[in-house]
Design a protein around this ligand. Structure first.
Ligand code: SF4
Length: 266
């Protein structure tokens, strides 16, 4: 558990926690039923969009989830760049788990944001930890693996912990937006996540970065102070650089490498 955050829980590398989330989750419906529900939700939202002449809002997407899932069967992934998504989801699903992938490499400001989110919102922040600590990884693979093989580092410190943590849930929310990169341009609102075996919902897929920041300001949502210091996209400290005004927001991520994604949303 976070030493600071009374509302945070930890999903760590001990045998019990690695097999399931930190608390007992309700029984999961069969994957086939969840996949059918995802397809039904996508169709319902598309029909509503055709009737309304616009795509569903983030609140309407969350409302569909709230009609079909309980708060304790879903989770929100949050990098702690901002808390807009946890705020929107917790309005209709209070108490929802917010999964924070604590790679051990985050900026101090990111941990401060995590603590602010847990204090300000009706959510349960869950620190999801890799199997190894950074010193243990250094001992096994050599220091600064992120500089030599960032895909392997991300696989161990992000992808595997996320897949492990999602195991007990029926649905996860992400803050992926279509304007972030060409690889995210076709992000749907609701889909079946084949790799992780649960429903994946992206309520703010259609939002711009400015809309996200305007919402945070208007609703007094915690944001990472690094956003206003040249970091429009915030990941691990060794792999994130500030970018010039007007530049591709994600160009500061793995800036010297070909890598553009950590592998969480492939
Ligand atoms: S972003 Fe960098 S430090 Fe973080 S897990 Fe990936 S390679 Fe490792």
């Amino acid at each position: 558990m976070s030493a600071i955050n009374l509302n945070a829980r930890v999903l760590n590398n001990n045998a019990e926690a690695s097999a399931a989330p930190a608390r007992a989750l309700p029984p999961r419906r069969p994957a086939a039923d969840l996949q059918a529900l995802a397809e039904q939700g996508s169709a319902e939202l598309a029909q509503a969009a055709a009737a309304n002449g616009r795509e569903a809002t983030a609140a309407e997407v969350v409302a569909w989830v709230a009609r079909n899932f309980s708060a304790d069967s879903v989770a929100v992934a949050c990098s702690m760049a901002d808390a807009v998504l946890p705020e929107i989801v917790s309005q209709q699903l209070p108490g929802v788990d917010v999964l924070f992938l604590d790679t051990g490499y985050h900026f101090a400001e990111t941990y401060e944001t995590r603590d602010a989110v847990a204090a300000a919102l009706p959510v349960t922040v869950v620190d999801v930890l890799p199997v190894t600590t950074v010193p243990e990884q250094d001992a096994q693979h050599g220091a600064e693996l992120f500089a030599r093989d960032p895909n392997a580092c991300c696989a161990m410190r992000k992808v595997e912990p996320l897949q492990r943590s999602l195991g007990g849930y029926e649905l996860w929310f992400t803050g992926v937006r279509r304007d972030e990169s060409p690889t995210r341009a076709n992000t749907p609102l609701v889909t079946w996540d084949e790799r992780n075996g649960l429903v994946k919902v992206n309520p703010v897929a259609a939002w711009s970065y400015d809309e996200l920041m305007d919402y945070a300001t208007d609703h007094h949502v915690p944001v990472n102070v690094l956003l206003s210091q040249g970091y429009p996209s915030i990941g691990c400290a060794p792999c994130t650089q500030p970018v010039a005004a007007g530049a591709d927001p994600r160009s500061g991520r793995w800036a010297t490498l070909e890598k553009t994604e950590c592998g969480l949303h492939q």
